[in-house]
Design a protein around this ligand. Sequence first.
Ligand SMILES: [Ca+2]
Length: 257
Amino acid sequence: MLQAMRRLPSPWMSFLAALAAALVLHAEVQAATASEMQPIRGFEIDRTEVTIAQFRRFVQATGTLTQAERAGGGSTFEAGWEQRKGWVWHSPYGKPGADGEPVAHVTHAEARAFCRWAGKRLPTDAEWGEAAYTERRSQPPAGFERGRTYRYPTGDSPQGANCLGDCGAVGTVAHAVSSRGRGHALAGSTRAGVNGLFEMGGNLWEWVDSGPGAEQRTRGGSWWYGAGPMQDSHVQGKPVDTAVIYIGFRCARDLPR
Ligand SMILES: [Ca+2]
């Protein structure tokens, strides 16, 4: 085979080299995309919250200017909603965030647009709940049991999540300075939970697609609150134009039938 290839005229060699490089690149892209998502049942979901680096690619490709940027900054809840100057998707606490931080200060429509651009969609409320609380892996690691539904996305206990007070110690980003809590942790940095997913409980609250309406649900609690809102039973809806420090999102897509 090699002898035969050596006898090929050089344009053919160039073509074969380019083809081989393209195949390797295709395989690498496929592997990277696959490893970012966890199959559940009929759909797969991002293993982590969408990051600043991922959102930057979307902004660069689409020219999106977010609502929080147009308004001069997103909000935190103090005595009431309070706008913070310069607190936007790339600078969550008013200073530039690292690539691996989860993206905040995005509205429901902006989250939906990102997922569509990425060839995905927001998970439905039911999908998010199944992925967060019911173990679907065929061979889950110790501590998780296939088919079992857990109280928290972290399992029986909220320990290991990034929440306020109830979840133990976790590392958060240094510039995450707020009037309350410890701020967010890097995406994928806390202990993996049900279905091997990261930060479904705590860290950023996550927009889901909860059907038509001026309010949409957020799921899984956040670093701003204790373990209560991390539970499936916690119902919380917010106006779709909410863009705040502790709400982010992740995407899902159908699995081929
Ligand atoms: Ca979360």
